[in-house]
Design a protein around this ligand. Structure first.
Ligand code: SAM
Length: 226
């Protein structure tokens, strides 16, 4: 895997200035984390030169590393604080978990593809990011043993917010998740748990994500899981 180089760090600074701060992301911790995490380490070998373009890239298993602006938008919307415990569903390359690990106390991340999880795990080790726990499995069920979470970020589109994830939010916790499909497309939603049984919801705009496949998401064939 490539070692971060000065060239990459200049490209990273430019990307944050033009595509992240330049498009309205204001949270200083998010901007600093994105200036710190070497995205070139999280792309496929041979794709490093594209690491600082503001676009998703293939990572294998028909999945993608998300567009940097969308990562920034979701992490800012999750309002992550220094002492927070965060759950990510859909580790993919590991990039977004790495960004959140520079802001939060601890990040738990779940990936359904073992091959992607293994590569992400190696990247965290290479970079010395030791406050990330990763496991292979169905993230629609959350990570009950580690709950409650101050923030949950879902990197794949669900038919509805999975009840297990809502239930694993701390009071005051935020769930950021793409929801919907069909002709109306996906909307990025932030669901805040205001009390044991009450939740508030914000619509953060239209997005395009790969499907969240699992017990409380979509079935493999694109229909709604039971
Ligand atoms: N956060 C990732 C990154 O920074 O590279 C991008 C993730 S990619 C857009 C979405 C990921 O969600 C894919 O790797 C996919 O395999 C995973 N995924 C889909 N459904 C899942 C589920 N139920 N549990 C865990 N991972 C899931």
């Amino acid at each position: 895997m490539p070692i971060p180089t000065p060239d990459h760090s200049r490209a990273r600074d430019r990307m944050v200035a033009n595509h992240i701060a330049g498009r309205g992301i204001r949270d200083a911790a998010v901007l600093e984390a994105m200036r710190t995490v070497p995205r070139e380490v999280f792309v496929e070998p041979g794709m490093e030169e594209f690491a600082y373009e503001d676009s998703p890239l293939p990572i294998g298993e028909a999945q993608t590393i998300s567009q940097p602006y969308i990562v920034a938008l979701m992490v800012e919307a999750a309002e992550i604080e220094r002492d927070d415990r965060v759950l990510e569903v859909g580790a993919g390359s590991g990039y977004a978990a790495a960004v959140m690990s520079r802001i939060a106390a601890r990040v738990h991340t779940i990936e359904r593809h073992a091959s992607l999880a293994e590569q992400a795990r190696r990247r965290f080790e290479q970079l010395g990011y030791d406050n990330i726990e990763l496991r292979v499995g169905d993230g629609t069920r959350g990570w009950a043993e580690a709950a409650p979470f101050d923030a949950i970020v879902v990197a794949a589109g669900a038919p509805e917010p999975p009840p297990a994830l809502r239930g694993q939010l701390a009071i005051g916790g935020r769930l950021v998740i793409p929801v919907g499909g069909g002709i109306f497309g996906q909307r990025l939603r932030r669901i805040t748990r205001t009390d044991e049984d009450s939740f508030e919801q914000d619509d953060l705009g239209g997005v395009t994500f790969v499907p969240l496949i699992g017990e409380q998401g979509w079935a493999e064939d694109g229909s709604r899981a039971a």
